[in-house]
Design a protein around this ligand. Sequence first.
Ligand SMILES: Cc1ncc(COP(=O)(O)O)c(C=O)c1O
Length: 431
Amino acid sequence: MVSRRQLLAGPIGAAAVAALGRADGAVGSGAASEARVVVDGRPDWGAVRAQFRMEPGWVNLAMFYLASHPRVVREAVDHLRRQIDANPLSVTAGLSLPDGPTGWPRVRAALADYLGAQPEHLAMTASTAIGLGVVYNGVRTRPGQEFVLSDNDHFTHVEAARLAADKHGARVRLCSWFDDPARTTAEEVTRAVREQIRPHTRVLGVTWVQSSTGVRMPVRRIAEVVRQANKGRGEADRCLLVVDGVHGLAAVDEDGARLGADVLVAGTHKWLFGPRGTGLVWVCPQALDQVRPTFASFIRGGGAAPLSPGGFLAFEHAFALPVSVAFHQRLGRTRVADRVTELSTRAKEGLARIPGVTLRTPSAPGLSAGITCFSVRGRSDEEVVARAAERRIRLSHASNENRPYPRIGTGIMNSPDDIDTALTAIADIAR
Ligand SMILES: Cc1ncc(COP(=O)(O)O)c(C=O)c1O
């Protein structure tokens, strides 16, 4: 008797592997619309913007919050949905994108290529929050050990750690990595991390790009501090570096799997514009034995596959992920990150010039990415966001955080004009 899990993992087989060989990343019906976003080898940012169904008449600087599907992704999702609607058993018989079969092997291979990882070291989830829950629940922990995080990590990260610590007989300790996010330095952060790792620290949880401050944490340097702290420790005592990478993935030009972390968790439905309800967990080979599965997995194989929560999912979303990766690869990860930085630098420089406005994110591109936080003297954070909305400008603020600063998110669908319009409105609000 063939299990559901085998059926789902199996029939993709050789055809999928063949499809993976395509180095250009062009995908099926999306290829035509994708091709137009790159002209003479360079992204045409106007054409990129046209891929998104943004609401007319609004400047939206909160597009990172949850992905708006670019056209190529909408087409891929529709293509898969038609197959499932026509015959739900097709999820076991094999689903296809126009250029060939798709399924978990192809999804994991595409993401691995993007992250500089091996496919077998990837687990698939439906969100960052689920990935964090999988990791903290799964990590082999002895009573008395601790998970160390900071007061600026997302509540889903802190809660995942707390809920799991409760079951493990462990505890969570929250630290501060810096005094003032706008003025922090890599030295300040690494010094604080060095001071806070104790012999019973089992996990150090950090956020690659904090949604509450916009600070991009110096993950490589933190990893080096952790490496030093682990000298002489056995596997069961090793401090594991767990990174919530959701706002770094596809906003920063780095191989996520080569940052030095033990585990990288990310939703793929924010900056990567993957289908909503998709995410990943990457586990470095040395840490694989330290994280145990929590759910039955439908993805066959060893490595990190058993960490993937199983069950029937929105496969038309999950299996369209390779199209999002191909879209980014076609534009070029460096060019995407450069554009995000160019726009966020414009926002930061403009905010710094407005009387009464305080920038809360570091101005250095190396310590920030696509999220720029600020505050306005005499106005509450909520009021700034509400007043901007009255002017048809969407800002966001981090909910459930210490201080929900208003945020400008600069995605590749935004333009310099978007930033300037928002700056004019913010200057007005600050008057
Ligand atoms: C830093 C950070 N981590 C985790 C999450 C949760 O992400 P998801 O919606 O993928 O669970 C968010 C959500 O915005 C976030 O900003």
